[in-house]
Ligand binder design. Structure first.
Ligand code: AN7
Length: 406
């Protein structure tokens, strides 16, 4: 039992309505459940391996709709002691969302969102994207057997993501404009052509992503970490994970909520600026830029929900610069064996900065979410790492090269 409710004016919409924002005031919508009707099988929750559909009772897809799934979720939660030592904090875990089937957390949202599209009888799915959303939508569109249309900002999407969208058969459009412009246009296209919009303004997509919150609690044996940190772009994921934590508390499975801590890049930081000015909404940035192209977003559509999540959980928002992002990416890779794309490393870069500044306490238990896999952006790696050493096909040449720096 669930319905959609406007976060601004409270207007209700039924689950049969194809709406993304409030039909009365344009506000963002939330999926609201009647928790008294949800019966969770605690035996299953405690024993079954984590996955998105493990929590089906708390997902807004009708019972007789077979999920469109390629087995998403159930990503590892690594305890990272060497990285914790480097940063100077007691307890650090990394939830590696890059190990979802398409290499990013977007799969959690797409399995629910595309299942919902089929349930609603939609014939085409569409999104604007900085890359990962389009890769994921391309793949779930293929799995569902319906066309996917994706709008990407020209020249600003990492290679691996474009490769995925192309190979899985999406209609890939390269827009002469940035992500924010692409989102405005794809919303118009969806309204006019009756395509189903699968950006994170669609509240059903966020329902899939809230399972990151469920899994963190589950994997920590129902102990709640002090803080959860993650990169923020369009601000859907921080909103979704917070909702997951809140729902576990509403269902009396936990007694507190981690401090939600959002990290943006200095070049694209509207949420951070709003947080610093104690505002409930952002002022859009017209020329966002960062090495972390995934979060190169100046007008995050979920800003109001995300700021609420940050304030209510007593979390915070801060920026990191591109150098800090690359350093954190190398630390994750070389100290812990966790390969992530630049945007993902911003969670760890933010933790280092905030511990150094004394804003995050050394005795906190922190979970950093790394949102996308290293292989998404191979060009950035080639640009940032030393080149392979070319050697002659002789053992002398190889030996010389191996011991060169020693
Ligand atoms: C790796 O693919 O917006 O704050 O169009 O790919 O929920 O937007 C990607 C976002 C973080 C930010 N990390 O999440 C898209 C897109 C990675 C990402 C984010 C994205 P939100």
């Amino acid at each position: 039992m669930y319905h959609l409710e406007c976060i601004e004016c409270g207007k209700r919409h039924t689950k049969a309505d194809v709406v993304y924002t409030c039909s009365k005031c344009g506000g963002l919508l939330d999926v609201i459940y009647d928790y008294s009707t949800i019966e969770l099988d605690m035996d299953k929750i405690k024993k079954q391996c984590p996955s998105v559909w493990k929590y089906r009772e708390m997902l807004p897809v009708d019972e007789n709709q077979e999920p469109i799934s390629i087995e998403e979720g159930g990503t590892p939660l690594y305890k990272c002691d060497r990285l914790a030592d480097r940063i100077g904090i007691k307890g650090l875990y990394v939830k590696h969302e890059g190990l979802n089937p398409t290499g990013s957390f977007k799969d959690r949202g797409m399995t629910v969102g595309v299942s919902k599209a089929i349930e609603l009888g939609m014939k085409t799915v569409a999104c604007a994207s900085t890359g990962n959303t389009s890769a994921s939508l391309g793949i779930y569109g293929a799995r569902a057997g319906i066309p996917a249309v994706v709008l990407l900002p020209e020249g600003k999407v990492a290679l691996g993501k474009v490769a995925q969208a192309l190979m899985h058969g999406a209609k890939v459009l390269s827009l002469r404009g940035n992500f924010d412009e692409a989102l405005v246009l794809v919303r118009q296209l969806c309204d006019e052509e009756k395509f189903y919009l699968l950006n994170s303004v669609n509240p059903y997509r966020l329902e899939g992503q809230k399972t990151i919150g469920f899994e963190i609690i589950d994997q920590l044996d129902f102990n709640v970490p002090d803080r959860v940190m993650l990169p923020v772009g369009n601000a859907g994921n921080i909103t979704a994970i917070y909702k997951g934590f809140k729902e576990f508390m509403n269902m009396r499975l936990t007694e507190k909520i981690p401090k939600m801590t959002g990290i943006q890049s200095e070049g694209a930081a509207p949420i951070v600026k709003a947080y610093q000015n104690k505002q409930n909404d952002i002022t859009p940035e017209t020329h966002p830029d960062t090495i972390a192209t995934a979060i190169r977003i100046g007008n995050p559509v979920n800003a109001k929900k995300a700021l609420k999540a940050i304030y209510e959980s007593k979390g915070l928002a801060d920026t990191v610069n591109d150098d800090e992002i690359v350093q954190a990416q190398k630390d994750l890779a070389q100290l812990e064996g966790i390969g992530v794309e630049p945007a993902s490393a911003s969670s760890v870069a933010g933790l280092k900065k905030l511990v150094d500044e004394g804003i995050i306490g050394k005795d906190e238990t922190v979970v950093c979410v790394t949102t996308g896999h290293l292989l998404k952006d191979p060009q950035e790696v080639v640009d940032m790492c030393p080149k392979p050493v070319v050697v002659d096909a002789t053992i002398e040449s190889i030996r010389k090269a191996v011991f060169e720096d020693k």
